[in-house]
Ligand binder design. Structure first.
Ligand code: ZN
Length: 252
């Protein structure tokens, strides 16, 4: 069985054929989906979707791209929603070094780390040119549950800093691009017990599919690419990845 450990199934791109998509995934043995919420406005939709599809699991968080508009009230609502619903992680949260207002991003990242700590939940982290900032905040707060560094790209040294803090790395379509030399080299060396698979659909199309809507169905392509990079057998890789997933998320 495969799991897409990060896909935005709630996005409107999937409105036209979401039921069919889930069926097509089942035929490919892709049977679980972790669905991160990105803004307060979208959280109810993520919860609704995960109620409808029993194999979709919700995370709620304020994504750094939309932090400019986020308010303290959103954090209060987040706290309440987590208390009232079965959420598997706080996410997607993080710091994006390419967009503006690193201070507000950091403030909201840290406040959401505290919510994760309060509810004993793992986190799903967005990064871009921000490894140092994120690692330094993670070191300051000791989280009872770690989580996933989503769409990891970077050096082995950067990966190691997260692994040392107990985190796993979400590996997605990036490794299908031959130009991602540094990340591919890192993924080759990573301990197998630190890897999870994800698509980030509908974003981040794989190499050869640029300009198209990405889909959780592509998780099998990411898996094949991962196996071509690793030395272990595909059976061993697949088994390890599902085990890793269950170490991060409580999917009961
Ligand atoms: Zn995402």
């Amino acid at each position: 069985m495969f799991t897409d450990s990060h896909c935005h199934l709630d996005f409107t791109e999937f409105d036209a054929d979401r039921d069919e998509l889930i069926k097509r995934c089942a035929q490919l043995n892709i049977n679980r989906f972790i669905v991160p919420g990105i803004t307060a406005k979208r959280w109810p939709r993520v919860l609704e979707l995960c109620q409808k599809y029993q194999n979709a699991w919700p995370c709620l968080g304020l994504h750094p791209w939309w932090i400019a508009k986020a308010t303290d009230n959103d954090l209060i609502v987040l706290d309440q929603m987590i208390r009232k619903n079965d959420i598997v992680a706080v996410g997607e949260i993080g710091i994006d070094g390419v967009i503006e207002d690193i201070d507000k991003q950091t403030e909201y990242f840290v406040k959401q780390l505290h919510i994760a700590k309060k509810y004993d939940l793992p986190i799903v982290v967005h990064h871009r040119k921000s490894h140092q900032l994120i690692v330094s905040e993670l070191k300051k707060i000791s989280l009872p549950k770690s989580g996933i560094i989503h769409a990891f790209s970077g050096s082995y040294q950067q990966a190691k800093a997260y692994i040392d803090l107990g985190f796993k790395l979400g590996i997605g379509g990036t490794i299908t691009y031959p130009r991602a030399i540094k990340t591919i080299k890192t993924v080759k060396k990573l301990p197998l017990d630190s890897i999870l698979l994800e698509t980030d659909a509908p974003a981040m199309p794989l190499n050869g599919f640029q300009g198209e809507i990405n889909s959780p169905e592509k998780i099998t392509d990411v898996f094949q690419q991962l196996c071509s990079i690793r030395t272990e057998s595909p059976e061993k890789v697949q088994q390890a990845i599902e085990q890793n997933l269950l170490q991060v998320f409580n999917l009961e």
